[in-house]
Write a protein that binds this ligand. Sequence first.
Ligand code: SF4
Ligand code: SF4
Length: 119
Amino acid sequence: MDMENSPNKHGPCLDKNCGHCCDPIRVDMRNRGELPKDKNGKDIFVERNEILAPETHIETMRLKTFDCINFDTVTKKCLDHESRPDLCRNASCVSDPKGNIDEQHKKTVEEKFIKIYRQ
Ligand code: SF4
Ligand code: SF4
């Protein structure tokens, strides 16, 4: 799963104490949307010097990666969960809410990526 605009999704993040999508944040390079800022206009996402390609879409997908200033690396929780950006609210490892949540979550967290460094 990567961050994308898919309204009304719900991730089992709190139930599973999972911060997989926040560490790092992976954003499809085809996504031209604005990245979130805090109330002072400061970037919440800090870009890493790398690009990832999912092994399952090695030819077609490139993901920029970011660290989030609101991610607690010890507890794996969002420090601003109530006010997290829409980009985060709309991201989920569960595409079929009636399907097996554990299996969908497992598939996401076990997804493998090839790291491509920038020149
Ligand atoms: S993999 Fe699922 S449970 Fe984990 S952070 Fe992403 S949406 Fe939340
Ligand atoms: S704002 Fe919260 S939910 Fe969004 S990427 Fe940062 S830590 Fe994760």
